[in-house]
Design a protein around this ligand. Structure first.
Ligand SMILES: C[S@@+](CC[C@H](N)C(=O)[O-])C[C@H]1O[C@@H](n2cnc3c(N)ncnc32)[C@H](O)[C@@H]1O
Length: 233
């Protein structure tokens, strides 16, 4: 896999070293709670693995392992540097997390092979969401669930605009100072602003074949949990 071929992959490769610190710092630690809520939606059928897509530094995969100690978890990300930063965390926890380089647009898993899948803060980075949702649908077993955590659309005003000010003005500057990357944290603000509202995402999931697409906002709507099920055959 050539690290520089995709600009998003290259960007995550550059910030992998500071990603965890900035995540917890810029969200004041609330990101841990968001990931726990995401994992609370996962259905594990005792037979098939759970997939964590855009797994990054493996925090969601580890949280799935905490909830289901006997589950096998495939942690897939197209940025090997991000996965590599997560690997030392695996030593601290007994688990069955298997990091694997792979693209959410061509998931390296067989049809109907997974009981649930998660994706935290990944879908916003994927311009071709329709293809990503079709891939998720393909690899889930009938009755399986796709669980997605993402920032809400930045077009919505939160806390009377204070959150939007933070997103536009403070977050890119703080991110640039710590990461020393000129673009990564303005990219974050730009993609949040461009991200569609929850109802649009739910419709896109149902267009890919999912049913019961639902969502729940957390932290006054700063982030949103989305979930949808693959119909039973
Ligand atoms: C903001 S990070 C989120 C990481 C992790 N899920 C978390 O909660 O911290 C986004 C991740 O998505 C990955 N990513 C973006 N597009 C991808 C794609 N098409 N296939 C696989 N991974 C992708 C990036 O490499 C990066 O690790």
């Amino acid at each position: 896999m050539k690290a520089a071929a995709n600009p998003v992959r290259a960007m995550f490769g550059r910030i992998a070293g500071v990603y965890d610190f900035l995540n917890h710092f810029l969200s004041l630690g609330i990101d841990r709670y968001w990931r726990r809520e995401l994992v609370g939606l996962v259905l594990w059928d005792q037979k098939r693995p759970v997939l964590d897509l855009a797994s990054g530094t493996l925090d969601v995969a580890l949280a799935i392992g905490d909830r289901f100690p006997d589950a096998e978890i495939a942690a897939i990300d197209f940025c090997p540097e991000m996965l590599a930063k997560g690997v030392p965390k695996l030593k601290k926890k007994a688990g069955r997390v298997f990091p694997c380089a792979g693209d959410a647009l061509a998931i390296p898993a067989k049809n109907d092979s997974c009981s649930s899948l998660t994706m935290a803060f990944g879908i916003r980075n994927i311009p071709d969401r329709a293809r990503a949702f079709k891939e998720m649908f393909r690899v889930l077993s009938p009755g399986g669930r796709a669980c997605i955590l993402e920032f809400s659309s930045g077009r919505e005003r939160i806390w009377g605009g204070i959150y939007n000010f933070y997103l536009e003005k403070i977050l890119p500057r703080a991110g640039r100072m710590v990461s020393r990357d000129d673009t990564a944290y303005s990219y974050l603000a730009d993609t949040i602003r461009a991200f569609p509202p929850a109802g649009t995402l739910a419709r896109e999931m149902e267009d890919a074949g999912f049913e019961k697409a639902s969502w729940r906002k957390l932290t006054s709507g700063a982030v949103c949990l989305h979930w949808a099920d693959k119909p039973r055959a």
